[in-house]
Every structure is written in C-alpha cells, then in structure tokens.
Design a binder for this molecule. Structure first.
Ligand SMILES: C[S@@+](CC[C@H](N)C(=O)[O-])C[C@H]1O[C@@H](n2cnc3c(N)ncnc32)[C@H](O)[C@@H]1O
Length: 266
C-alpha cells in the first residue's frame, strides 16, 4: 500500500510535475470528463487537482465559476489558482472535503485514488458532495500493465537493483485493476458502476526530455530515481533508455488508465 509518503512526493514544483506525469493529464482529463458526462451548466469538483490540468479541461466545459478543486500539496494548489483564475482551489484532502453535501453535479479525481491515505473514506466523501443522480468518477493508471513509462521504469529499476522490485507501483499501488476499482466504487454506495480502459499518449523531444524531470523526485518513481547514488543512477538511466527504445530523436509513449464511474442514488 502507498502511505502518506507517496502523497508527500507531490510537494514539488508544479513545472516538474507538468514535465513528468503531467504530460498525459490534459488528454486523460478530457477522457474522464467524457466518461463522467460533464456538460455545460454542471458544477464540478476536481479532487487531487495537482497543478490543474483536469481543472483546466473542466473550466473549458462549464466555466471557472462552476469549478472547484482541492489538493493537499500547497505548491500544486497555488499553481492551480494561478493557472485558472475564478476556480475555487483549496488545500484539502479527499478524506475531508470542505464542501456541504450534494454541492456538485460531477465529482472527478484523476490519478489520485491510489495515493489517498484512506481510499474508501475518500470515495465516500466524493459521493457525499455529489448530488443525488450526480456522478463520481476517477482515473487510475494501469501500473501493472500498459502505462508504458512507469512499467518500463520499474522493470528497468528491478533489473539493476533487485531491491527496487518491492517499490514497483504495479505491485504496491492499490486500486489499479478494474476489479478493485469497481469494488471500491460499489462499496462507497455508488450505483451503475462501470470501469473502462482509456489510452492516452505523450510526446518527448528525446530521452533527456523524459529523464530530466525524474531527477527532481516527483511521485514515487521520481523519488526513487532521485535517491539513487550516481553510479547506480547512470546504470538505471541506460537500462530505462534501452527498455523504452528511446534514441536522440522525438518519440511518443502510450499510457493506459482505468476510468471508474458511478451514480449517486437519490
Ligand atoms: C499523480 S498526481 C495527479 C494530479 C492531477 N489530478 C493530474 O491528473 O495531473 C496525484 C495528486 O494526488 C494528490 N493527493 C495525494 N493524496 C491525496 C489525498 N488524500 N486527497 C486528495 N489528493 C491527494 C497529490 O498531492 C497529487 O497532486
């Protein structure tokens, strides 16, 4: 299980996150918005907004005054506020949302459920602040399978450092399978639960473009890369490059996520 230490790895500069996992966030956000059925006129909440990529996509659909966003990371909330004026962005966790019952039509959370300190409590809070017949939806990476960057990352790490196998997010992350996500949604009291795959992609100028933000220590994988002593870091970097098949030119990587949706019963 990921503990609060996983969440702590997101108290990093917003720009470093943008250049790492954030490259996938806007496209994934549009897919999540589609799956959740967000439309003009809705009031929407982004739980674990990070620097605000999904928030921005919600603003494009419903307007800033109808969007709220929360995240426990101060630098991310500050970036979200700066990037999306008019959005109510607050420092808060999913497990204690600072909103009254039934305040939103759609409550969304992107790449966050697996980092929550208490995911069942977090999803129950998301349901509490959604109105009857409203939607609660989330996306989680397919860490064990087809999230190419993270899969290759942990396979390369284990190849040069067998002890890294236990940090592999494909093994350590909760709620990254359709079955476990579906059960989490149902146990939170949501109806019409569906989980479906979505594949997004990100472009890189070259391997160095991918590697640089990793050394800043964003997320559990970045924290691992940044913790390596120089010799082992060089070996890991070469192994990751080899496994990604990345050269000196541009390339793209695909990433699969699971999207869970459920309806609040009246
Ligand atoms: C991988 S980032 C996703 C950010 C953004 N949603 C996106 O898609 O780019 C995970 C985010 O979850 C936030 N987080 C961690 N624990 C949380 C919790 N208990 N409640 C809400 N957000 C949390 C982190 O601060 C971080 O911003």
């Amino acid at each position: 299980m990921v503990d609060a230490a996983g969440a702590a790895t997101f108290r990093t500069p917003a720009e470093a996150y943008d250049r790492y996992i954030g490259r996938y966030s806007a496209e994934l956000g549009r897919a999540l918005i589609d799956a959740a059925g967000v439309r003009a006129g809705d009031r929407a909440l982004d739980v674990g907004c990070g620097p605000g990529a999904l928030t921005g996509e919600l603003v494009a659909v419903v307007g800033a005054e109808r969007v709220a966003a929360v995240d426990p990371s101060a630098p991310f909330v500050e970036a979200c506020r700066r990037r999306h004026p008019g959005v109510r962005a607050e420092e808060a966790s999913a497990e204690a949302l600072p909103f009254p019952d039934a305040a939103f039509d759609r409550v969304l959370s992107q790449l966050v459920v697996n980092f929550m300190t208490d995911p069942p409590a977090g999803v129950r809070e998301m349901r509490r602040v959604a109105r009857p017949a409203g939607t609660v939806a989330a996306a989680v990476w397919d860490y064990a399978g087809e999230m190419t960057l993270l899969r290759r990352f942990w396979d390369a790490a284990a190849a040069v450092d067998p002890a890294a196998a236990e940090r592999d997010e494909g093994r350590s992350m909760p709620y990254c399978t359709p079955e476990s996500l579906s059960a989490l949604w149902s146990e939170a009291g949501l109806a019409d639960v569906r989980v479906s795959p979505v594949v997004v992609s990100a472009g890189y100028d070259d391997f160095e473009d991918l590697w640089r933000p990793l050394e800043i220590g964003v997320g559990p994988s970045g924290a691992y890369a940044a913790s390596l002593p120089p010799g082992r870091r060089t070996a890991f970097k070469a192994e990751l490059r080899r496994r990604l098949g990345a050269g000196d030119g541009p390339f793209r990587l695909t990433a699969r996520a699971w999207i869970a949706t459920g309806r609040c019963e009246a």
